[in-house]
Each structure stands twice: as C-alpha cells, then as structure tokens.
Design a protein around this ligand. Structure first.
Ligand SMILES: [Zn+2]
Length: 313
C-alpha cells in the first residue's frame, strides 16, 4: 500500500467538523507547511486569497471527510459558510460532481465574459485562485485533488506518474463513498490517480465522457464524480487560444456545465449536493495559431473555480 489508511470518523456536529481540519500530526517544517508555503507564494505574487489546491479541503469540509495527509491548502471559508447556512446545522454535502474543463481560466474569461458569466450564474460562487508551477495539467490537477503543492506531491513537470500522496479520492473511498473519474484515454486525470479504490472510465473523446457522465449520474449511485473535458485545451494548442474553433469549445464547456447542473438537480434532488467548475490553468499564445501554457504568467496562472451548492428537497 503506498498511502496510509486512517479510520474514518463520522462527523455529526459542527464543532467536530473543525477538528478534521486540526492536523495533530503536523509539525513546523512538515510536508503540510512546505505545501502551504509553496501554494502561498503564487497567491501572494498575484494578490489572490485562494489556490486551485483549496478545492480538496473545501470539498472535504463540506462533506465531513478528513483531509489528505499532506494537505497544505485551506478550505474556502465563503463556500463552507454558504454550505452550512444552506444545508442547515450539521448538514453536509452528500453528492459531489466536479466538472474539469482543461485550460478554461481567467484569460479565457476576459475574452468571452458572456460564456463565463453564464457559468458563474449557474454556479453562484466564483473563487478567484492561482494555479501552481509549472502550470501544466498533471502538476495542476495533482495539486487540485491532493490539496498539496508540486514539491510535495512530486509531479513537477509534464509527466504522468501515479501520484503517491493521499488524494481527495483516497479519503472519500476510505469514508465509504463511491468515487469515479471519467476522462479521455491516457490524459493526466486518467493516469495520475490510478491504483485507488475507485472506478475509472476512459473514453476516446469528450463527447463520450460527457454522455457517460450523464448516464452514470442517472443509473449509478456514485457520491463523488469527476468529469474531465479536454476540448478547449486541445483545440487552443493547435488553432490558437481565441480561434473560432477554440471559442466553440469554451461555449461547449458552458453548455455541458449547464446540462450537468440540470442532471444533478434531477437525479440528486434528495441529496445536499455540490457541483463545481474546476479548470487547472489558462493558456497564452505561442503564435497566432498556437496556444501554450506552463509559465508563471497571469494568462496561465489566474484560474477561477466556480461552486454551486443545492439543498436536498
Ligand atoms: Zn494543455
């Protein structure tokens, strides 16, 4: 076993929930501190209060699940507070759907505010965050789903080894929750989170990923679903970040997010639920017809996550 298993403690009361975020094993100079400092560096550089890695502790706190061991990110107070008010008392989120559209970040929003305003309207909450370096997909999603920094999770360049630190998926599986990841064959999300007690669905294209996400939501009882979309990133790399084809992919990302929201409302109406729009980084032009990313530039690093919480019927 390459990660430790801890017994899960069901959390009923609010005062107990904050205990999940106390880290009794932490010491100065711990992995958690190293991660926190590395994530903080980019937040300070860009004057933002949040990191993309805050997603994991935020989802853990909303659902009453303990944090991954090396987590150095912080739960987003505005999202957690909103959840507590909405769900009431000790209410927790019971179902989570995370839509991961690659490279649909703030530089893309600046060009197409209409598309992202639609996303923000569906979600309700926009959390302005910073990415991590190098701003490439396996490094960023490694941080997003472990709550830790690249130096700690170990992916520090474009490579796709199986992540060896604990992730959101490990702690959810340990808590008895059913987890699945749907993505395109061989992409970062498809490869770096393997060897967990979760289900993997790997397809040849985005259309099938989306179609099967809707199908699984309707027909299965997963508690945490991750659905990836490569379309904008792929198209922007090969046609330019603001080409007509790339713009169509941004519109498609918003349409899919809307469909996922409708589907989650229909099939999860009896559950407190979270839907989030979770990109990894942005892109900047390498040439007129070629996009790229991986640098410490605002175009690559300024990334927003969008959270949508709904109370059960
Ligand atoms: Zn890319």
């Amino acid at each position: 076993m390459f990660y430790k298993i801890f017994p899960h403690t069901p959390v009923e009361k609010k005062e107990n929930r904050s205990k999940l975020l106390e880290r009794p094993g932490e010491r100065a100079g711990s992995m958690n501190d190293i991660a926190r400092a590395e994530l903080r560096k980019y937040m300070d550089q860009y004057g933002r209060d949040h990191s993309i890695a805050d997603l994991t502790p935020t989802v853990c706190e909303l659902c009453g699940v303990r944090l991954p061991e090396e987590c150095g990110a912080s739960a987003i107070a505005s999202v957690v507070d909103h959840g507590e008010k909405l769900f009431g008392g000790a209410g927790l989120a019971e179902k989570v759907l995370l839509f991961c559209p690659d490279a649909c970040a703030d530089h893309q929003r600046d060009r197409r505010p209409d598309v992202f305003e639609k996303i923000e309207k569906i979600a309700g909450m926009r959390i302005r965050s910073t990415s991590v370096m190098p701003s490439v997909t396996p490094v960023c999603y490694g941080s997003i789903f472990s709550g830790t920094s690249p130096a700690v999770h170990g992916i520090q360049k474009y490579e796709k080894p199986v992540l060896r630190v604990e992730t959101l998926f490990d702690v959810f599986a340990e808590a008895g929750k059913k987890v699945t990841i749907l993505s395109v064959n061989g992409c970062s999300i498809d490869t770096i989170f393997r060897r967990r007690a979760i289900d993997y669905f790997s397809f040849r294209n985005d259309e099938d990923v989306h179609r099967w996400t809707l199908k699984l939501l309707k027909e299965c009882d997963y508690d945490l679903v991750v659905s990836y979309m490569t379309g904008y990133d792929e198209t922007a790399h090969h046609t330019g970040i603001f080409s007509g084809e790339s713009m169509k992919q941004l519109e498609l990302a918003a349409e899919r997010f809307a469909r996922l929201a409708d589907c989650a409302d229909a099939v999860w109406s009896c559950f407190n639920r979270l839907l989030a729009f979770v990109p990894d980084h942005g892109q900047h032009p390498a040439a007129e017809d070629q996009g790229t990313h991986g640098e410490n530039l605002p175009e690559d690093m300024l990334t927003s996550h969008y959270y949508r919480l709904r109370r059960r019927r």
